[in-house]
Unconditional design. Structure first.
Length: 627
């Protein structure tokens, strides 16, 4: 027996078969670096810019003389090359694939790597449990060792084909592989830390090594049973492409281009409370973020309170939507739908609830609506709006948007976007790539957080709706996207009072929306925001401070690093956390119900924190209330 143990292969020997690879982040980057994609992107951008220059020379032979002849034939060659580039991009988008062929290959690597993890884990699973006798035999016999080394060769091939470096999704998957190697050999690494180990502040294990092995056997057993090694493929299979827990129907006659209005009927036995919620969601995500699953749904919770709910569903824009701008999505649609809602419920008080860019666009709309109504001698009809991480201030100083504005100035080329995606709209993968750049390590933390919670079997199924939502975005209409970037992100037009909207009143038509009129019209704004949210940073989510009614007192609420300022007339909602969602729902219900606040109140939470599936920090101790 002692000889067998001495001859047992070690996890270090197995890992050394792979050698160092792009999955190891030897560079120590804090995020993923898709360097090959960036290089190719710069080359394509350079070709388009060069073609533009040749076209300019061709048009003025008097100025450029003989150069026009060379420009003509160079332009013809470039035109042929770039037609192929544009066709490839558009075909990929039409087939719901990543138009970046290099990133698309990475997607194949993720799938192949997860299949290897699944089959290697399954080799040691018997009746749903990790078979320790089999691992002992495999690790001590020549054929068994050869089997493991052959598997590691396959992992090595995939890792060395990987096109990114840094803190990547593949690095998180490799952490799970390391964990599996420790379980198979039942030995720790000589130098590598134990993956998913619970440690003390000094780095020592909180548990014995045997307890560590038992916990991680459970982790791999659970992942194997659900075949959940690839988060995207798992979420598709687990949800069958359907997320959202609340029943809804589309309002007849609400279809405008691909946009439709959802109506959520009250559950049986729930009486209406006389209040109606108009929900606005971003153009780039499925609206089910507000209705992911039972217990993780704003819609479900508010229905139980008797609110009548309508939600804008932007659908999947096609070629007919390529020319639509923010005027359509930010004025035509809310005008159209609020008219429908008011006719269907003439006696209901209407409130608004909006998340992220849904709120960013709805605020200037409400200002324009207030201008129109007050000019007609009518009172403002929507006097409360709850915002969930809706940015309105975009500058390089206090807003927190300097990183994304720098990225846009460096990489965003509206001409190139038009050339590549003008006929098909901007695909979600392009938007996701930009979002990843401003969220350090998000690809790594999402996957690692999911694996890290897999020790609890129920957390795997519980994560599926969110993972599906996260990995299945929607297209962004091309013209609207260019306006969103140029007018709002770079131009900061909303905050600076330069954001123009159409109007049926000639006095306001095409003029900037007067944001300060919101206060005059009595509109109260609820802002919920997270200090660790780079998409809607707290310095940008300041609508309530700038334009809302603030005469009822303020509540500042801080939870373990996640700050939300709730000004009683004014949150990116972390819907993957039932606790944080319940906390938000209580606050927003108080806001809608006009619960009086006599003096500022501070709620704070002290305690340990752990990463959720999205990589956010959520507290795991009870709320402590201080008044």
């Amino acid at each position: 027996m002692s000889n067998q143990k001495n001859n047992k292969i070690t996890p270090d020997e197995l890992l050394n078969v792979i050698d160092f690879s792009p999955a190891d982040n030897l560079e120590g980057f804090s995020s993923v670096v898709p360097w090959k994609s960036k290089l190719v992107g710069q080359q394509i951008r350079g070709l388009f810019n060069y073609q533009q220059m040749m076209e300019t020379i061709k048009k003025d032979p008097w100025l450029f003389g003989p150069l026009t002849i060379a420009a003509s034939w160079q332009s013809a060659i470039l035109d042929s090359m770039l037609k192929h580039v544009k066709a490839s991009a558009r075909l990929a988008v039409g087939a719901s694939r990543n138009p970046d062929a290099i990133a698309d290959m990475n997607g194949w690597i993720y799938k192949s790597y997860s299949r290897l993890l699944y089959t290697l884990t399954g080799f040691f699973i018997k009746n749903g449990k990790f078979d320790r006798e089999k691992t002992e035999m495999i690790c001590t016999t020549p054929k068994g060792k050869e089997y493991l080394i052959n598997y590691m060769d396959e992992f090595a091939q995939l890792e060395h084909q990987y096109n990114n470096i840094g803190l990547s999704r593949l690095k998180a998957m490799k952490e799970l592989l390391k964990c599996l190697l420790v379980l198979i050999t039942e030995k720790p690494f000589d130098i590598e830390p134990l993956p998913f180990a619970k440690t003390n502040p000094d780095g020592t294990l909180r548990t014995s090594f045997e307890e560590y092995l038992a916990e991680n056997r459970k982790r791999l057993e659970n992942l194997y049973e659900a075949n959940a090694f690839d988060i995207k493929e798992f979420s598709e299979r687990a949800t069958q492409g359907k997320i959202g827990c609340s029943h809804y129907e589309y309002v007849e006659g609400s279809l405008n281009h691909r946009v439709k209005l959802r109506y959520y009927p009250l559950p049986e036995g729930i009486k209406p409370n006389g209040k109606l919620l108009f929900m606005a969601t971003p153009l780039i995500n499925k609206p089910e973020l507000l209705d992911l699953a039972s217990g993780k749904s704003v819609v479900e919770a508010m229905l139980k309170k008797g609110y009548i709910i309508y939600m804008v569903d932007h659908g999947e824009p096609g070629w007919e939507e390529t020319e639509l701008g923010l005027d359509f999505y930010g004025k035509t649609i809310p005008d159209f739908y609020l008219d429908i809602v008011k006719k269907r419920h003439p006696d209901c008080e209407i409130y608004a609830l909006a998340i992220c860019m849904g709120g960013t666009l709805l605020l200037p709309y409400l200002a324009r609506r207030a201008e129109e109504l007050l000019a007609a001698g009518k009172p403002m009809d929507i006097k409360k709006i709850a915002l969930l991480a809706s940015p309105v201030k975009f500058d390089d100083e206090e807003s927190g948007h300097a990183p994304i504005r720098t990225l846009i100035r460096r990489d965003y080329d509206p001409y190139l976007m038009k050339q590549l995606f003008g006929a098909v709209n901007i695909p979600p993968q392009v938007i996701e790539a930009g979002m990843n750049e401003i969220q350090p390590g998000v690809q790594y933390t999402v996957v690692l957080g999911f694996y890290g919670r897999a020790e609890m079997k129920e957390s795997i199924a519980d994560s599926a709706p969110f993972l599906y939502w996260l990995t299945h975005g929607t297209k962004f209409p091309i013209n609207a996207h260019i306006q969103w970037i140029q007018n709002i992100f770079i131009g900061n037009q909303i905050c600076e009072g330069k954001y123009c909207l159409p109007s049926s009143n000639p006095k306001f038509d095409g003029k900037p929306a007067n944001m300060s009129i919101l206060k005059k019209a009595g509109v109260r704004i609820f802002d919920y925001k997270g200090s660790r949210d780079p998409i809607g940073p707290p310095g940008s989510c300041v609508a309530g401070e700038m334009w809302g009614m603030v005469d009822k007192g303020n509540i500042g609420l801080t939870t373990g690093g996640l700050n939300r300022v709730i000004e009683k007339n004014i949150g990116h909602i972390f819907v993957v956390s039932r606790k944080l969602l319940a906390e938000f729902l209580t606050a927003v219900e108080d806001f809608y119900q006009e619960t009086p606040v006599n003096k500022p109140t501070m709620l704070s939470v002290k305690g340990s924190a752990s990463p959720d599936v999205a990589g956010n920090v959520v507290d795991i101790k009870e709320l402590q209330t201080k008044k």
